[in-house]
Structures are given as structure tokens and as C-alpha cells.
Design a protein around this ligand. Structure first.
Ligand SMILES: CCCCC/C=C\C/C=C\C/C=C\CCCCC(=O)SCCNC(=O)CCNC(=O)[C@H](O)C(C)(C)COP(=O)(O)OP(=O)(O)OC[C@H]1O[C@@H](n2cnc3c(N)ncnc32)[C@H](O)[C@@H]1OP(=O)(O)O
Ligand SMILES: Cc1cc2nc3c(=O)[nH]c(=O)nc-3n(C[C@H](O)[C@H](O)[C@H](O)COP(=O)(O)OP(=O)(O)OC[C@H]3O[C@@H](n4cnc5c(N)ncnc54)[C@H](O)[C@@H]3O)c2cc1C
Length: 642
């Protein structure tokens, strides 16, 4: 199963080998539980481990393999981030996709050797979503052949970029490029922020940390201002766009090609989210098979809480989602790598499809991951609320994904633009022009679902039902939009008035893609036992998801009330079937105790003894009487006694 999850037997084996090596290297372990450290201590601890890793990485992993790097990162540095998180996630990908060969030769080897640390600085205090209204400017000075970066007002301060505050000395900065008073829109520039020797901010740069966040606090998300700060013309990233010495602008082959670093993260973060969801579920499911509370049969001893159907219903559909996200994520990464290769050689024809797909996926996956992790926390009762479970940190980091790389509602609306264009093709009889991801929009569907009538149809009838609801909602939302425009409403106003319906279409389309990716994967599996276990999970997935969106299929009679009862019964049936495999389905992800950082989720199940040990190690328990008591509470009580 681990081979299915991680892509191949070799990958699964390598992960095991890497975890085993790390287990033998105490210098790479947290020196004490992270929840007991202050933010400064955590940042220091992370930097300590990061530098050891830089020295010893070659002994542990193949540093050129991103999957091995990612695993090493999760084990040693963990999900709270590290001082170079954005260096790998966005700075290097931005240079790789947007810098010319000459620029790459100059900067990439230095970045890869970690001579310099970089980040991606785009969002500002006043604008994150609406890139057209970013306010930082890069004005070309013809006389000196330099760009002058400037922050005209407080809202133009860069705000949020990870590791910008304290760790990075370089950044890819996105600024509006102005040449001879003409604004060419946001473009990426390579900018040195700090002196390479002293790490002091360079003159003209104002920089710092934006303060503590809900989670992810090892990362120094930062602010940045420029006071007429000059950089050479050749620091504009020039793979696709060029500015010649005389100020001539050579436009890129696609208007949005400079957004590729964002698409990179949107594609890669899906499996990251799957991992976080599976981690939280691993903790909750293991704990649920240790925790005994109450009886189902009063004549029997107390049961493991995992025996309760409500507990299974809370956890198992999310286990199915974690697998579904992992499989859909793996497909998306493959597609992304393909499109990136094409883009580098000038073929931009697939960019719109990839943008639409990743926009929908990042929104649905991050939202459902958040839901699943929060349910996992509640499934652990009181102990889930303790930082000893570590679920709250996983939750905080995961739901950051609902916001970063494009706020979820906004990204769903990006996909909706693509769906509405596709609907227009269907309505004008040009269905043959639909891309493969939306081809179903042009296919006539049956009048009713046959879900309960062809039980051995594999998952075909389910897929058809998802296609039906997605198609119907897309055409309905598009009709609403076109109808408003026909009535004379301006395009943007009409769009806003339909946006809730449009986003519903985007979610349904994306959920269909996830279901199909899961079906595709299960169909490919040769090993009978693995196929059986995953088929059960897929049964739960399709029935649970369909129940969740049933209103769309009920309103036009595609599903009947009795079919809904059938679907519900299938959910209960598969909850029971999955129960014996539940812990294994999560253990198969092979997270080590080091990586999970959870007292509740320990592999050995020795929860209570270790919770007590953990509590005793709380800094508050270093003394029996705190100074807050001697200074304030004790005098207060004494005064009251007089
Ligand atoms: C590598 C491993 C990673 C694993 C991660 C795992 C765990 C993670 C843990 C921790 C987190 C780590 C890092 C966090 C990093 C976070 C970094 C950031 O957040 S960086 C900032 C990101 N910012 C955004 O995403 C901003 C969102 N806004 C936008 O993207 C755009 O503004 C917009 C909403 C898309 C609108 O853009 P614009 O105003 O330029 O658009 P219009 O002029 O209206 O044109 C729309 C038109 O353009 C098409 N389009 C838009 N984008 C693209 C694209 N990328 N590719 C192709 N086409 C695009 C769009 O489709 C429209 O087309 P059309 O309908 O035909 O007009
Ligand atoms: C943990 C974290 C890490 C980050 N890292 C980075 C980084 O490394 N580099 C970087 O540059 N940025 C980073 N960001 C910033 C992030 O990319 C932005 O916060 C994000 O893109 C959302 O933009 P915003 O803050 O402007 O939200 P807003 O756009 O202000 O969103 C507020 C509300 O307005 C709604 N809204 C906005 N526009 C529309 C619209 N057109 N239609 C409908 N509704 C709309 C949204 O849906 C939302 O409900 C990070 C953010 C976080 C939380």
C-alpha cells in the first residue's frame, strides 16, 4: 500500500531508509517538544537542524530528488516551516521557470548551494488577490539602465512572503514595470535585500517580521518596503519577457506566464495537503483504537471508541479523501511538469487548462482537508485539544492553504471562467472543441441514475452521476450569467450576481475530477489485496461524496429518494468493511513518530503514560510555585483573608 501512496515500491523503500537513518541521528531530532518552545527558540532550533542537514544531506538522501527532499524536510524540520521554506517552494521554482538561461547560470547554482537564501515577494499590505492593483513599482531609468523599485505608500509594503522578514537575503519581487511612463503590469525581478556578509538590510530597504500567526510560526513571514532602490535592468526575470537597454519591451508568449511559480505551488501542495490530512487521521485513528470509553453492549467491557459508528463516520470518509487527494495530486504534478516543459519551449496552449484544474483542486482539497483535520481533532475528545495531539498545529498549517496561493473563493471563480467558456461552446454546438477535462459537458446524459440498478458496473454509474450534477450546475450557472447579460447587465456585475452558483459548479467539477482520479488509480492496481482494500475505500468515497452533494441530483429527479437510501446504506456498509483495515490504511503512509510529533498518535499506542510524561515536562512544572502566584495571586488571597 505504501508503494501505491508514494508512487512506487522504490519510493516507499527509500522513505523507510531515510526515516531509519534519521532515527539514528539524534542531532536531527527536536531537542524538546516544539509546543514547549517560544517562537524564537523554535526558529533557532529549526536553523540548527537546517544547517546540520545542509552538511549531511548527501549522506541521507539524493538531494536532487524532490520527493526525498520533501520527506527529509517533513521528518526533520516538520510542518511548522523552517528558515528556508520558501527558498525551495517558490524562489527556486520561480528562477527555474522565469529566469533566462544566462540568469539561471548566474543565480541558480548559488541558490542550490545555499550560498544565498531567497523568497517570493508578491503580496502587499493592501492587495494580495488583485495582482493588477499591486502598488510596488519598478520604473526603468534609461540613463543608468536600472529599474528603480519603490513603495509609494504603506499599502504597497510587501506583506506575508515567507522567510522574508529575517532569513532571506534575496527575493523574487513582483512589481509593476513602468517604462517611459507606460505601465506593463506586474513582473518578477531578482532583488538583493541584505548584505551577503553582514546580513544587514541594504540601504533603501525596510524589512521585518509581521508577527505571530495562527500556526506556521517557524516561518518569518515578512514585510518589505523600497525607497527608490536600484537594481540592474538584467534583474528582470527574462525567460519570457525582455526589456532591452533602450527600453524596448518584448512581451511574453502568454499574458500570465509570469504566474508560473503560483501554479507550481498549487500543483504540488495537493499531496502536501493529503499528507497533513493523513497525519491527523493517523493520530486520531490510532488513538481511537486505544481509547476505551462506554459500552455498546452493556454486558461487555468498554469498547475502543473506534467501534462507534459515529466515530467511523467522522474519520473514515476523510481517510478516503486523503487517498483521493494523494492520487489526484500525483496526476496533477505529472500534468504540471509536462506543461512546464512545453512552456519552456514556447508552447503555452495547455496553460489555461492547468490553471483551471489547479485553481479548483487547491480550493476543494484545502477546504476538505481542513474539515477532515478538525473532525480528527474532535474525534480525540479532550486530548485532541491538547498540543500533545499536535493536531491543532497540523490544522493551522493546512488551512493556511485555503488562503495562500490564491484565496479559495477567488480560485474557484477562476475555474468558473473556464467552465463558463466551455458551457458557451456546448450551447453553440461546438462541443467537439471542449478539452478532455470538460468533454463530459458536451455528452447527453441519461434521464435518471442507474446507481442501484447496475451494482456490478464498477464505478461507472457513480462517475456518470457526478458528471450529470456537474454538467447541470455548470450549464445552470452559465445560463444565469448569460441571461443577466442579455437583460443588459454589465458583464462584471452579472458575474458577481452569479458567483455563488458559479463556485458551486467549480466545486462539483473538481469533486468529479477527484473521484475520477481515484477510480483511474484503483483500476490500474494489479495486486489483488491492495485493490480490494482500496476498492472498499473508493466505495465509501463515491457514496459519501454523492450523499454530500445529493441535493443537486435530487432537484431534477436524476436520483430518487430510494436511490438516496441505497447510497446511505452503502456508506454504512463500507464503514463496517473498512473498520478492520482503518489503522493499517493510515499506518501504510508510514509516518514515523519523529515526523508525527504527537503523543496521542504514537505508533506503540502507549498514550497515557506518555501524556503524563509530556505534561510533567511543561515549563510551568519546573517549579511548584510560579512567580505569577507569589507576585499577584498569593498577595491577593492574603489580602482577602485579612
Ligand atoms: C513544492 C512543494 C510544496 C508543498 C507544499 C506543502 C505544504 C505547504 C506548507 C506550507 C506553505 C508553503 C508555502 C506557502 C507559499 C505561499 C506563497 C503565496 O501565497 S505567493 C502569492 C500567491 N498569490 C496569489 O495566488 C494571488 C491570487 N491572484 C491571482 O492569481 C490573480 O490575480 C488572478 C485572481 C488569477 C487574477 O489575475 P489577473 O488580474 O492578472 O487576471 P485577469 O487580468 O482578470 O485575467 C484573468 C485571465 O487570466 C487567466 N489566468 C490567470 N492566472 C493564470 C495562470 N496562472 N495561468 C494561465 N492563465 C491564467 C485566467 O484564466 C483568465 O483567463 P480568461 O478567462 O481567458 O480571461
Ligand atoms: C501562511 C501564508 C503564507 C503566505 N506566503 C506568501 C508568500 O510567500 N508570498 C506572497 O507573496 N504572499 C504570501 N501569502 C499571501 C497570500 O498569497 C494572500 O494572502 C492570498 O493570496 C489572499 O490574498 P488577500 O490576503 O489579499 O485576500 P483578500 O483578497 O483580501 O481576501 C479577503 C476576502 O475577499 C474575497 N475576495 C477578494 N477578491 C475577490 C474577488 N475578486 N471575488 C470574490 N471575492 C473576492 C476573498 O474571497 C476573501 O473572502 C501568504 C499568506 C499566508 C496566509
Amino acid at each position: 500500500m505504501a508503494a501505491q501512496i508514494w508512487g512506487s515500491e522504490k519510493r516507499a523503500r527509500r522513505r523507510r531508509e531515510i526515516s531509519a537513518k534519521i532515527a539514528q541521528m539524534p542531532e536531527l531530532h527536536d531537542s524538546k517538544p516544539l509546543p514547549f518552545m517560544t517562537r524564537e527558540e523554535k526558529i533557532m532550533e529549526s536553523a540548527r537542524k537546517l544547517t546540520i542537514l545542509t552538511e549531511k544531506m548527501g549522506q541521507i538522501i539524493d538531494p536532487t530528488d524532490p520527493a526525498e527532499l520533501y520527506h527529509l524536510n517533513n521528518e526533520v524540520l516538520g510542518l511548522e516551516g523552517n528558515p528556508m521554506a520558501l527558498h525551495g517552494v517558490m524562489f527556486i521554482p520561480a528562477l527555474s521557470a522565469q529566469a533566462s538561461d544566462e540568469q539561471q547560470a548566474k543565480w541558480l547554482p548559488r541558490a542550490l548551494r545555499r550560498e544565498i537564501i531567497g523568497t517570493y515577494a508578491q503580496t502587499e499590505l493592501g492587495h494580495g488577490t488583485n495582482l493588477q492593483n499591486l502598488e510596488t513599482t519598478a520604473t526603468y531609468d534609461l540613463a543608468t539602465q536600472e529599474f528603480v523599485l519603490h513603495t509609494p505608500q504603506i499599502t504597497a509594503l510587501k506583506w506575508w512572503p515567507g522567510n522574508l522578514g529575517k532569513s532571506s537575503n534575496y527575493a523574487v519581487v513582483v512589481a509593476h514595470m513602468i517604462i517611459k511612463a507606460k505601465n506593463y503590469g506586474p513582473h518578477p525581478f531578482m532583488v538583493q535585500l541584505r548584505d551577503e556578509k553582514t546580513h544587514e538590510p541594504l540601504p533603501g530597504i525596510t524589512i521585518g517580521d509581521i508577527g505571530p500567526k495562527m500556526a506556521y510560526n517557524i516561518v518569518d513571514n515578512g514585510f518589505l518596503g523600497f525607497n527608490k532602490y536600484r537594481i540592474p535592468r538584467t534583474n528582470l526575470l527574462m525567460r519570457h519577457t525582455k526589456v532591452e537597454a533602450d527600453g524596448t519591451y518584448i512581451k511574453p508568449p502568454h499574458a500570465k506566464i509570469n504566474y508560473s511559480a503560483m501554479v507550481h505551488v498549487r500543483a504540488y501542495m495537493l499531496t502536501g495537503q493529503a499528507i497533513m490530512l493523513a497525519s491527523a487521521l493517523n493520530i486520531a485513528t490510532r488513538y481511537s483504537s486505544v481509547r476505551r470509553q462506554g459500552q455498546i453492549d452493556k454486558s461487555q467491557p468498554e469498547v475502543k471508541v473506534l467501534e462507534y459508528q459515529t466515530q467511523q463516520h467522522r474519520l473514515f470518509p476523510s481517510i478516503a479523501r486523503a487517498y483521493a487527494f494523494q492520487f489526484a495530486g500525483a496526476e496533477t504534478v505529472k500534468l504540471y511538469e509536462h506543461v512546464l516543459k512545453e512552456m519552456k519551449s514556447g508552447n503555452v496552449s495547455l496553460m489555461a487548462d492547468l490553471h483551471a484544474l489547479t485553481s479548483g483542486l487547491k480550493s476543494v482539497v484545502t477546504y476538505q482537508t481542513g474539515e477532515g483535520i478538525e473532525q480528527a481533532r474532535m474525534a480525540c475528545g479532550g486530548h485532541g485539544y491538547s498540543m500533545a495531539s499536535y493536531i491543532s498545529e497540523i490544522y493551522g498549517v493546512a488551512i493556511g492553504g485555503c488562503t495562500y496561493e490564491g484565496e479559495n473563493m477567488v480560485m474557484l471563480l477562476q475555474l468558473a471562467r473556464y467552465l463558463v467558456k466551455s458551457a458557451a461552446l456546448v450551447k453553440s454546438g461546438q462541443s467537439s472543441k471542449l478539452g478532455p477535462l470538460v468533454a463530459y459537458l458536451g455528452v447527453k446524459s441519461e434521464p435518471t441514475s442507474l446507481i442501484d440498478r447496475i451494482p456490478n458496473s464498477g464505478f461507472t454509474e457513480y462517475v456518470k452521476t457526478f458528471q450529470h450534477v456537474s454538467k447541470r450546475q455548470t450549464l445552470k450557472a452559465a445560463d444565469m450569467f448569460f441571461g443577466l447579460m442579455e437583460k443588459g447587465e454589465k458583464r462584471e456585475i452579472a458575474w458577481n450576481k452569479c458567483s455563488v452558483e458559479l463556485n458551486r459548479a467549480s466545486r462539483l467539477h473538481t469533486r468529479l475530477f477527484i473521484v475520477e482520479a481515484f477510480v483511474r488509480r484503483v483500476n490500474e492496481i494489479a495486486d489483488i489485496r491492495i485493490k480490494e482494500a482500496l476498492t472498499d475505500l473508493l466505495h465509501l468515497h463515491v457514496n459519501y461524496e454523492l450523499l454530500d452533494i445529493a441535493s443537486y441530483a435530487l432537484e431534477d429527479g436524476f436520483l430518487s429518494a430510494s436511490q438516496l437510501d441505497y447510497i446511505r446504506d452503502q456508506v454504512y456498509l463500507y464503514l463496517g468493511k473498512i473498520r478492520p483495515n482503518a489503522v493499517s490504511l493510515l499506518d501504510s503512509w508510514e509516518f514515523s513518530d519523529i515526523e508525527l510529533r504527537s503523543v496521542l498518535g504514537r505508533r506503540d499506542g502507549n498514550v497515557y503514560e506518555n501524556l503524563f510524561k509530556w505534561a510533567k515536562s511543561s515549563p510551568l512544572n519546573k517549579t511548584d510555585v510560579l512567580s505569577s502566584v507569589t507576585q499577584y495571586l498569593k498577595p491577593m488571597m492574603e489580602k482577602a483573608r485579612l
